[in-house]
Structures are given as structure tokens and as C-alpha cells.
Design a protein around this ligand. Structure first.
Ligand code: FDA
Length: 394
């Protein structure tokens, strides 16, 4: 005899727990299954341990999807303010770090404790360390085979996340279930991920590993202004992670270092007032010292005095800094990617409920869906909002 519930949710992550809470509050008998030993592991490590749990500016424009309209309904029905109200009800204090990004003052574990308390209040059953070997359609809905035995439920919610950080148990499970039931998948790739450079470029910038600078990183039409970090493998830092979601093999990344400053004018001014100063010393007043050294060497101006530089030479030096073009060889992949781009094709889902159009009772929520947020709390907001949407319906 199979164990029976109204709703089975696979994945005790952000989306699955939110969905469970909402369904439980409606009186549905909910079972959450996870193969991990602990719930919300990605919440625990997120935001450097403080969980950037939402972004007050979150809207459809902050998400990548083949259908940019898909996220509208769910995002409108569960807003950042709704999550903030929940957090405050649980006495969790928070702060805005920058750009609308809200973090816990104390620890990401507070968010996990809050979700578990809400689940308990809504009589949700959580079963961890449970492997799922098969899913089938059954007369009454779905039959899930686990190493603990079979379970049946009228509604099945797949909330098992994407492929990022396989070391933490991320699998392509959701995509396999989608394919099994005939739903299309938008090709997946690592996103919010550091980009790597080939050995020739690395040798050139190797000395710069560890240097960070304020920059605008551009790839095609997408541009993000935040810090860029040069590493032993290539490019990282928030501006690079953001633009990585738009980058494709063969494309260039253009960095505008210190975008608010007209470097050429400043150097020309310094040439008037202190022409005997070395070019790299003058530039080090504007840029991190190692970057200043690098750009003057690249321009073959190392050791030259400002007074010796023509306007043309200064303009060329300034352009090399503010139009710095690099061609990444690849990305660091799912090993370090914060999220997975692509996923369950939104054309197969109802945007109000997250239910598969052709398979009544089957739902997909969170990161496994082809809705991917920018860096900065947007991905959790999508997990809460899509979990909430399905939770009203299952
Ligand atoms: P999530 O991955 O959270 O949960 C899926 C669950 O399903 C897991 O518990 C997993 O064990 C389980 N599962 C997987 N396969 C299974 C299977 N076969 N059987 C049973 N269970 C299975 N976002 C943000 O907005 N702010 C932030 O600060 C950060 N920070 C951050 C840091 C790092 C290092 C990473 C990797 C990611 C972030 N993110 C983030 C992104 C964010 O963590 C992510 O978008 C959400 O966790 C997605 O929530 P889901 O519930 O969809 O999946």
C-alpha cells in the first residue's frame, strides 16, 4: 500500500519550502522529500552566510527567460515586501547592503529556521535523506517511489533546483522529470559564474590576480556597473558574474574601468601641473597601483614622464583602460555557478500556477524553471514567488 498525501514536493530548498507552507496553510496534507540530510542548504551558504533573501527592486526586468513575460504574474502576487513582512514577523533583523539587496543582520540560518517553523505551523511533513528512484502517473495523481517505499499524491511539485554546485547535491533531476512527462527544456548553462581566460591572456594579466576595480562590464547590450576582480583563472566580481549570464562562447567582454572618471583629462591636467611625474605614478593616483603599472607597460609608457606624452598617447592609454576588451575562453562551470540559466520551458507551464499545461497536477517551481535572476537577491525572490504561486493551487 502506498503512503498517501495531497501534495508531494520534491526539494526542501527555498521554493519547495515556500510552496509547502502555503499549501499547508490551505489545509492540504503536504509531504516534502529531499535527498539531502538538511533542508535549505543553499540558503545556508547564500550571501556569504547572511542570505541576500530578496531585492526590493525585483521585477520582471531583472530576470532572463526565453519568455520575459512569464515571471510577471508570480512576481506581482508575492512581492519582496511580503517576504520582508514574514521575516519581520519572525523577529529577524535585516539591512540593505547596496542596490536594494536585503541581507540578514545575523545569519542565513535564521531564514531556514523561519521556514521550518512556518512549515511546522502548517503541519507539513519533511522527510530528508530520501532517495527517489521513480515517478509515475497513478490513478489518483502521481506515484513517487522512494527508498522508504511508494508514496501517492494528487499534486506533485518539482522544486529540486538547477545544476549549480553539484558538490552540494544539485542534480538534473527536475529536467529529467520534465522530459519524462513531455515538457520541453530550454538549454541549460552555468550563470552568475566567473569567466576564465586562455593561458596567453592569463600570462599577460597574471600579475593582476587579486586586484579589484570599480568598472562597467559589458557583453553585447548587457552592462553592469559593480566591482570587477581579476583572478588566477580570469575574471570575477559582481559585475562579471552579472554579465556572465549574457555571455556566450566567442563573445567579448568590454570593461570600462572607473567609468565616472575622464582619465585622459585628468592625466592631461597632471601633465600641466607636474609634467616630471612618471606616467605610471600619475595613473596610480586614479587606479589601483598594479593596474596602473599594467596599463602603462601595455602602452609601452612605463618610466616615461607625463611631459613626454602626446595628447594622442594619453588618449590611447585612457581608451585601453576604459575600453578594455577581453575574450573569455569559458566559465568556471557549474562547480562555482550561483545559478543555472535555462530549464523547464515556460511555454509548458501556466504562469499563474506553475502547473504543467498538459499534465494536470504536475508543477515546477524555483530555479529549475527557465527564469533566472540577476545577482542580488532576485533568485530567492523568484523561488519565494513561484513557490507561493504553486502553493495556492496544489
Ligand atoms: P534549491 O537548490 O535551493 O533547492 C533544491 C532542493 O532539492 C535541495 O534541497 C536539493 O537537495 C533537493 N534535490 C535536488 N535533487 C534532488 C533529488 N534528485 N531528490 C531529492 N531532492 C533533490 N540567490 C539569492 O537570491 N541571493 C543570494 O544571496 C544567493 N546566494 C547564493 C550563493 C551560492 C553559493 C549559490 C550556489 C547560490 C546562491 N543564490 C542566491 C541562488 C539561490 O541559492 C537559488 O536560486 C535558490 O536556492 C533556488 O531555490 P530552489 O528551491 O529552486 O532550489
Amino acid at each position: 500500500m502506498a503512503e498517501k498525501h495531497d501534495v508531494v514536493i520534491i526539494g526542501a530548498g527555498a521554493a519547495g519550502m515556500m510552496c509547502a507552507i502555503e499549501a499547508g496553510k490551505r489545509g492540504r496534507r503536504v509531504l516534502v522529500l529531499d535527498h539531502a540530510k538538511a533542508p535549505g542548504e543553499k540558503i545556508r551558504i547564500s550571501g556569504g552566510g547572511r542570505c541576500n533573501f530578496t531585492n526590493i527592486h525585483a521585477g520582471p526586468k531583472n530576470f532572463l527567460s526565453e519568455n520575459p513575460h512569464f515571471s510577471k504574474s508570480a512576481l506581482a502576487r508575492y512581492r519582496p515586501q511580503d517576504f520582508v513582512a514574514l521575516v519581520e514577523r519572525h523577529g529577524i533583523t535585516w539591512h540593505e547592503k547596496t542596490l536594494g539587496q536585503l541581507f540578514c543582520d545575523h545569519s542565513a540560518k535564521d531564514i531556514i529556521r523561519m521556514l521550518l517553523a512556518e512549515m511546522q505551523e502548517a503541519s507539513v511533513v519533511l522527510r530528508l535523506a530520501t532517495a527517489i528512484s521513480a515517478i509515475e502517473k497513478a490513478a489518483s495523481g502521481f506515484r513517487v517511489t522512494t527508498d522508504d517505499g511508494p508514496i501517492e499524491a494528487a499534486s506533485l511539485v518539482v522544486a529540486s533546483g538547477g545544476k549549480s554546485i553539484p558538490k552540494m547535491g544539485a542534480t538534473g533531476f527536475a529536467y529529467r522529470v520534465a522530459e519524462q512527462f513531455g515538457l520541453a527544456i530550454v538549454e541549460t548553462r552555468p550563470a552568475l559564474v566567473p569567466l576564465t581566460l586562455d593561458p596567453v591572456q592569463l600570462e599577460k594579466i597574471g600579475e593582476l590576480a587579486g586586484v579589484a576595480a570599480d568598472a562597467e562590464a559589458r557583453c553585447g547590450k548587457a552592462a553592469f556597473r559593480e566591482a570587477v576582480l581579476l583572478t588566477h583563472r580570469g575574471l570575477s566580481g559582481p559585475a562579471i558574474l552579472q554579465v556572465s549570464s549574457y555571455w556566450r562562447e566567442g563573445a567579448e567582454i568590454v570593461l570600462r574601468v572607473m567609468p565616472d572618471i575622464d582619465i585622459g583629462s585628468i592625466l592631461k591636467g597632471m601633465r600641466r601641473t607636474n609634467g616630471r611625474q612618471a606616467a605610471h605614478t600619475a595613473l596610480a593616483d586614479i587606479l589601483p597601483r598594479r593596474l596602473a603599472q599594467f596599463f602603462t607597460e601595455e602602452a609601452k609608457l612605463a618610466g616615461r614622464m607625463l611631459a613626454d606624452l602626446s595628447d594622442k598617447a594619453i588618449d590611447a592609454l585612457s581608451a585601453s583602460i576604459q575600453n578594455w576588451t577581453l575574450k573569455p575562453a569559458g566559465s568556471e562551470g557549474y562547480r562555482t555557478a550561483e545559478v543555472t540559466l535555462g530549464g523547464v520551458d515556460t511555454r509548458a507551464l501556466d504562469s499563474r500556477t506553475m502547473q504543467a499545461r498538459e499534465v494536470p497536477g504536475l508543477y515546477f517551481i524555483g530555479e529549475c524553471v527557465d527564469v533566472t535572476g540577476w545577482l542580488g537577491g532576485y533568485n530567492f525572490q523568484w523561488a519565494w514567488a513561484s513557490g507561493f504561486a504553486a502553493g495556492q493551487e496544489v
